[in-house]
Design a protein around this ligand. Structure first.
Ligand code: ATP
Ligand code: MG
Length: 330
């Protein structure tokens, strides 16, 4: 398969802030490529440069064989974009929004009608096509935005946080549309997200982005295999700091990550190590309050590469959320 996207050492500085700090990757035709990272990682900035909306400080990129700086018009003809921030005209109907977009792309009347009908069918909005967008739910709006990105038959569709703020059920629906259009339209997709499950479910390959850099890039499976073991998530009543140090010194413990009272230990054959973990705690006069064993998730892989959970920087609210997730998982 040919490379549909080639990115070489792309950079964007905002004064002292290195929003994107030397990113390189390739995307093959027909792939769904995921950029996964926390708030402020540089995902949107990367997308903006690749879609010619923002000039890079340094580096190069080609989309469908066209250079983002030298052939920006050609690049724009070949891409569709769904922005992170909603950008529909709320006072128009779905059909009018699509029509307006098609006119911007200089499509003839006949071609417009055919394509609009086709897209409305694909995103299953035929019966709501003539309803004002301001009366749509969040999920319907997102679906319409994805449809709008497809009107001019792009080779590549960029989706910046396609399901941000949507409930779990609507998110699932959007995922199905994304899969469907990748299957049926053979379109190459590049999406950004900070939802692990989303990247895991949709992407053929995933790039972890953190502080403007790609810290890991591979298939979800290969990324998980890099951890080479299971994760024992264990909560102690006290002495977590000392226990973390001790576990770090043990040969059979591959990695140790601390979150409040919890330690995540990466080990081989986790089920056989749990008694030992409890014994170690007892020897140090600490009690194990809860223990959970599970196979690596993308979340664990992210912790492995960056030393933090993907939402850690979002504040205490999210830390609590992550803690309660860890308590539940297993
Ligand atoms: N126009 C701008 N001027 C100054 N700094 C900016 C600008 N746009 C982005 N930044 C900074 O660049 C960094 C990357 O931002 P970006 O929006 O690309 O992150 P992101 O990964 O898309 O985050 P999110 O998940 O919140 O959407 C952040 O530190 C941000 O504050
Ligand atoms: Mg963003």
């Amino acid at each position: 398969m040919a490379d549909m996207i080639v990115v070489e050492n792309l950079k964007k500085d905002y004064g002292d802030v290195k929003a994107v700090d030397g990113i390189s990757f390739e995307v093959k035709e027909g792939e769904i490529f995921g950029l996964l990272g926390p708030n402020g990682a540089g995902k949107t900035t990367t997308i903006k440069m690749l879609t010619t909306l923002l000039k890079p400080t340094a580096g190069h990129a080609k989309i469908a064989g066209f250079d983002i700086l030298k052939d920006s018009t050609k690049v724009r003809e070949n891409i569709g974009i769904v922005f992170q921030d909603p950008s529909l005209d709320e006072d128009l109907t779905a059909r009018e929004n699509l029509e307006f977009h098609a006119i911007l792309y200089k499509m003839g009347k006949e071609q417009r009608e055919r394509k609009i009908a086709e897209v409305l069918k694909l995103i299953e909005l035929e019966d709501k096509a003539d309803v004002l967008v301001k009366n749509y739910s969040g999920g319907l709006k997102r679906r319409l935005e994805i449809g709008r990105g497809l009107i001019h038959e792009p080779k590549v569709l960029f989706l910046d946080e396609p399901t941000l703020g949507l409930d779990a059920q609507t998110r699932r629906h959007i995922w199905e549309y994304i899969k469907k259009l990748n299957d049926q339209q053979k379109i190459t997709l590049i999406l950004t997200t900070h939802y692990m499950e989303e990247a895991d479910y949709l992407s053929s390959r995933i790039a972890f982005v953190d502080h403007g850099k790609i810290v890991a890039l591979d298939t979800s499976k290969a990324l998980k295999n890099k951890l080479g073991g299971d994760v024992i998530s264990v909560q102690f009543n006290k002495g977590v700091e000392e226990l973390a140090k001790h576990f770090k010194s043990l040969k059979w413990v591959k990695t140790v990550a601390r979150h409040g009272d919890f330690l995540d230990l990466t080990v081989m054959e986790g089920e056989t190590k749990i008694p030992e973990v409890i014994k170690i705690a007892e020897r140090r006069k600490a009690t194990v309050i809860s223990v959970n064993l599970h196979k690596p998730s993308l979340e664990d892989v992210f912790i492995y590469f960056t030393g933090k959970t993907i939402r850690e920087e979002a504040g205490d609210q999210f830390k609590e959320h992550m803690r309660s997730r860890m308590r539940r998982r297993g």
